[in-house]
Every structure is written in structure tokens, then in C-alpha cells.
Design a protein. Structure first.
Length: 168
């Protein structure tokens, strides 16, 4: 049979166990001192950086919303100002149009009145000329009547000639 120490194989050697425990302790100490704490600090810095980035992004988003609201308000005010300017321009144009129309009507009325005055003046002048012509014809007829004998037929003929000259 084989001589195997079963109890020795089942239970570890105490010196080996102590050496293994001590080397594991030393490894844990170095790991905690040189790896665990720096890695924890690095992860904490990284988490703080990410959180500050998220806070900055949240603040920027809030500012962007505020700026958007302000620009929408400014756009509404600008649109209102534009409508007011257009409305004022329309009103000014209508007022100018009305003034031009009124001026044209006044000028037309003035020209019509002037034409009436000129027509009236020409009518008066024509009447004056007609009177002068009648007077000269009457004088001419009177001088002919005086120079000629008084005959009814000749008088009648002279009056008819006179009337015909006046009519034409």
C-alpha cells in the first residue's frame, strides 16, 4: 500500500499558512496604499468632473431657454413695431393722397372759376363790341337816312338792312 499522510494533505502546514497569510497581508497593505486610495481619488475626481459638467450643461440649458424666451419676446416686440410702422406709413400715405386730391380739387375749382370769369369777361367784351358795332351801324344808317330823301320804302329797306347786319 501506499503510504500517504492523509491528515497532512487535508490540513495545511502552519508555517506555510502563516507565510501565505503574511504575504497576502503585505499585498493587501501595498494594494490599499498604492492602488486602492489613488484609484478611489481618481474615480472621485472623475465623478466630480462629470457632475460639474452636468451642472454646467444644466445651467447652459437653462440660460438657453431664458435667451430663447427673451428672443421670442424681442421678436414679438419687433413684429409689433413693424406693424405699427407699416400702419403709420399707410396712414401717412392715405393722408398724403387725401391732401393731393383736395389740392387737385381746389386747383380744378380755381381753374373752372377762372374759366367762368374769362368767359364772362369775353361775353362782356363781345357785348361791348356789339354795342359799339350797333352804334356805328346806327350812326351810319342815320347819316344815310339824313342824306337820302325820306321815303317809306327806303326807310323800311334801311331798317331791314340794319336788322340783318345786327343779327349776322
Amino acid at each position: 500500500m501506499i503510504d500517504v499522510d492523509v491528515a497532512g494533505k487535508l490540513f495545511p502546514n502552519i508555517t506555510t499558512l502563516i507565510v501565505q497569510l503574511l504575504s497576502t497581508g503585505v499585498l493587501l497593505f501595498f494594494f490599499k496604499k498604492y492602488l486602492w486610495l489613488p484609484v478611489q481619488k481618481y474615480f472621485q475626481k472623475r465623478a466630480d468632473f462629470i457632475e460639474s459638467q452636468m451642472n454646467d450643461a444644466r445651467d447652459m440649458n437653462q440660460k438657453a431657454k431664458q435667451n430663447m424666451l427673451e428672443s421670442e419676446e424681442k421678436a414679438r416686440e419687433t413684429a409689433k413695431e413693424y406693424r405699427d410702422i407699416v400702419e403709420k406709413a399707410k396712414m401717412d400715405a392715405l393722408a398724403s393722397r387725401d391732401k393731393i386730391i383736395d389740392d387737385a380739387k381746389k386747383e380744378a375749382a380755381s381753374k373752372i372759376e377762372q374759366a367762368h370769369r374769362e368767359i364772362e369777361a369775353q361775353k362782356v367784351q363781345a357785348q361791348e363790341e356789339m354795342k359799339e358795332e350797333m352804334v356805328s351801324i346806327a350812326i351810319e344808317v342815320a347819316s344815310k337816312v339824313i342824306n337820302k330823301e325820306m321815303n317809306n320804302e327806303e326807310n323800311k329797306k334801311m331798317v331791314e338792312d340794319f336788322v340783318e347786319k345786327v343779327v349776322n
